[in-house]
Design a protein around this ligand. Structure first.
Ligand SMILES: NC(=O)c1ccc[n+]([C@@H]2O[C@H](COP(=O)([O-])OP(=O)(O)OC[C@H]3O[C@@H](n4cnc5c(N)ncnc54)[C@H](OP(=O)(O)O)[C@@H]3O)[C@@H](O)[C@H]2O)c1
Length: 341
């Protein structure tokens, strides 16, 4: 089988497609023949050596797949074989085959293509935890979704619309029309305007009830300022640390600058302003499979009921993995980028 190997820290040329022997499941595993694999921002940070949770190189990245179960171990029900599934995996998903435990697999919704189905796990689980589980978003509240044009952003928009809250979002200007058509009430071009000024103007100086913020660094301080009373800030990424495609000194410098600019929140400020702050890292929740199963079921219900609609922007072949990384780094994607064997 073929897999995308991240051979070293660096630019797009460090990604190579390599052939390895087919996988054989252990007693408690399933082997999936992968039809589509999600590409995430974390894969890009990992390529550049900016992702502390990434495996050591050479490695195969990939947190999520859709495909067909090829074979199962002795302890697994044989009825899985031949089923169309989606799965989260701890790396190694960007390959023609991946090995997973049974609890990581869910039947693929029939009305979704393999590409659409592979866009569900990371984006929708992250958005669900941010908005529903920890953000406790209520009908008629307001939410600011930073990077609303990316995979997590569009997933968040689906959930916000279902809850019935008012959605503001930051994105590059060319994505605004698409986002408005998808239900975003107010799009802010944060690359040409100061988004904090804009959100305060749009809300008559009040701010919003919830902010989902993957920007990081000093932006977390500014997001905190944009919360109204009982407002919550969910922090979950540091996309401002990602500069150009290269690794090396410049990328370490960007990372350092982002970390140094991160705020500290004083308990007295939280109490007196009636505000909450929290963090989300999906990669650190593997020890809570029951919770993840519950959230996934609610998301798959949303697919069945029609209020969850994963949007795939573009599909690249494994050989085009470098182009896929470039596409995201040049901020071209609206929604999900998918890799297919
Ligand atoms: N903690 C977690 O569990 C978790 C899980 C998933 C994702 N995340 C984080 O959430 C963020 C978004 O992820 P995603 O999967 O939605 O992203 P994505 O689909 O890959 O899209 C990223 C979007 O972010 C915007 N962006 C902001 N800064 C950027 C930069 N320096 N380079 C390139 N694009 C940049 C771009 O759109 P605009 O220019 O239009 O804004 C781009 O379209 C990332 O920081 C990621 O690491 C965290």
């Amino acid at each position: 089988m073929r897999q995308i190997v991240n051979t070293a820290n660096g630019s797009y040329d460090v990604l190579k497609v390599q052939e390895v022997p087919d996988l054989v499941p252990k007693k408690d595993e399933l082997v999936i023949n992968v039809k589509a694999a999600g590409l995430n921002f974390a894969d890009i940070l990992a390529r550049k050596g900016q992702y502390p949770d990434g495996p050591s190189k050479p490695c195969v990245m990939g947190y999520e797949v859709s495909g067909i179960v090829d074979s199962v171990g002795d302890k697994i029900d044989k009825s899985w074989v031949g089923k169309e599934v989606i799965a989260m995996c701890r790396f190694r998903g960007q390959a023609e085959q991946v090995c997973i435990k049974e609890r990581q697999a869910y039947e693929k919704p029939q009305n979704l293509s393999f590409e659409e189905a592979a866009a569900i796990p990371v984006n929708y689980l992250t958005a669900w935890v941010l908005l529903v589980v920890m953000g406790s978003l209520q009908k008629n509240e307001s939410v600011l979704i930073h990077n609303v044009g990316g995979g997590v952003g569009i997933a968040a928009l689906d959930i916000v619309k279902h809850i019935g809250a008012e959605a503001y979002g930051t994105a590059s200007h060319r994505k605004h029309r698409f986002l408005n058509e998808r239900g975003l009430e107010f799009a802010i071009d944060y690359r040409s305007k100061d988004w904090l000024d804009e959100i305060m103007k749009l809300t008559d100086g009040r701010g919003v009830d919830l902010i989902t913020d993957p920007l990081g660094g000093k932006e977390w301080k500014r997001s905190y300022k944009a919360l109204r009373a009982t407002g919550r800030l969910g922090m979950f990424g540091i996309s401002t640390a990602s500069g150009g495609p290269e690794s090396g000194l410049k990328s370490y410098w960007n990372m350092l600058k982002t970390v140094v600019q991160m705020p500290f929140y004083h308990p007295l400020s939280l109490i007196n302003k009636n505000r909450g702050v929290f963090g989300v890292n999906l990669g650190h929740i593997w020890h809570e499979p029951e919770k993840a199963a519950l959230w996934t079921k609610e998301i798959l219900n949303g697919v069945e009921e029609g209020w969850i609609n994963p949007h795939v922007d573009t599909t690249f072949t494994f050989e085009e993995a470098g182009e896929a990384h470039r596409y995201i780094e040049e901020r071209k994607n609206i929604g999900k980028v998918i890799l297919v064997p």
